[in-house]
Design a protein around this ligand. Structure first.
Ligand SMILES: *Cc1c(COP(=O)(O)O)cnc(C)c1O
Length: 355
């Protein structure tokens, strides 16, 4: 075990590595973790010294606020290794900003940039062998924060723990995805926490998604809570519709998470001369577009899979199958975005950040 303090992060490296016990060709998303983690506590109104430690369970008081009142937020991002072994992040500033927006909404302290960014970079540098080369391979980065204050008192915690853990992943193929359009359940509501990456948003999704799974659908397309007529997100991803050759996606709102993949796809499409429209899109419009043949594709967009093509959707009693196209625009866009992420194409947007 080696202990040293570089800049302001205390580092205790693990005496052993698990890396040789991991089958990198058959990774299950989010199941394996690297040898180290970053922890930083917020106590007495101040962030303490961040620590990089061997990955391990930690003890918490059973009355910790997070267990009772759900003060928990997270981020999801990836690191990629290029052909010359350099490691790159994709738009980490966007995740950092969003993390602190989520923190504010959940009455949690914002994490200073040097703790989030330097912590992230140093942690990945220590576990760099876990980032494998080659398209599809990546290191999934999970920063999160929980309320650790003790006492079952329904008031915000005064103590928090910020952590970063890392998980090696392969490109994510979800198989054929059929979706149900929500006509009763909601993921988010005006004035709620849908725009924050709050753990509770996911907990609330599990039950309706389980009901959809039981009927043979993999995901739910969430609609606006007031009328259930506007198409807003696909599972835990933003959602795009290709009508003829135009990509349509809903504007972000209090109910829709401002996805980094979503905004990157919009920028990339614009650069490539693909028409985009950011506007509300309704279930009725979708059904009409399906009937007149102008609906070509539906896909989810998010960090884990980049894009997730959807093959059909159920609305009330009817199932609508999408055409089987030879060339999916969604997959072409995924390719282009991946090429930027893996440094195989010029990053004209300056999105990538070297570690
Ligand atoms: C994380 C997330 C997304 C996708 O965001 P990315 O930044 O593209 O990964 C979309 N919708 C919801 C609800 C999310 O939690």
């Amino acid at each position: 075990m080696e202990t040293n303090t570089t800049s302001d992060i205390k580092v205790i490296t693990s005496p052993t590595s698990k890396i040789n016990s991991v089958d990198f060709d058959n990774l299950i998303f989010g199941k394996e973790f690297t040898d180290h983690m970053l922890i930083c506590d917020f106590v007495n109104g101040e962030w303490q010294q961040p620590e990089i430690l061997p990955y391990a369970p930690f003890q918490m008081d059973p009355s910790s606020r997070v267990f009772h009142y759900g003060q928990a937020i997270f981020e999801g991002m990836k690191a990629y290794k290029d052909e010359s072994d350099a490691i790159w992040l994709f738009r980490p500033d966007q995740n950092y900003e969003r993390f602190n927006k989520s923190a504010v909404r959940l009455a949690m302290p914002e994490v200073p940039e040097h703790i989030f960014m330097n912590g992230l970079k140093q942690l990945i540098s220590i576990d760099k062998e876990w980032v494998k080369k080659g398209k599809g391979n990546a290191l999934y980065i999970r920063p999160f924060m929980i309320g650790t204050g003790v006492g079952v008192i329904a008031s915000p915690s005064q103590e928090f723990r910020f952590c970063i853990i890392l998980s090696p992943v392969k490109s994510y193929y979800s198989g054929e995805v059929k979706v149900v359009i929500a006509d009763h359940f909601s993921r988010a509501a005006n004035g709620g926490i849908g725009a924050a990456k709050a753990a509770g948003n996911y907990a609330g999704q599990f039950y309706p998604t389980k009901l959809a799974n039981e009927k043979g659908f993999q995901q739910v397309i969430w609609t606006d809570d007031a009328t259930h007529t506007k198409l807003e997100e696909a599972g835990t991803m933003n959602v795009f519709f290709r009508i003829n050759d135009t990509l349509v996606t809903a504007p972000t709102s209090e109910r829709i998470l401002d996805g980094v993949t979503r905004k990157s796809i919009l920028a990339l499409a614009e650069r490539e001369g693909i028409k985009t429209e950011v506007r509300p899109i309704t279930v009725d419009e979708l059904v009409v577009a399906h009937q007149n043949g102008s609906l070509k594709e539906i896909f989810g967009a998010g960090t884990a899979a980049v894009v997730n093509p959807i093959v059909g959707f159920q609305y009330k009693e009817n199932y609508f199958e999408l055409p089987k196209l030879e060339k999916l625009l969604s997959l072409e866009i995924k390719e282009k975005l991946n090429d930027i992420q893996y440094k195989l194409a010029e990053d004209t947007f300056n999105w990538t950040v070297k570690i």
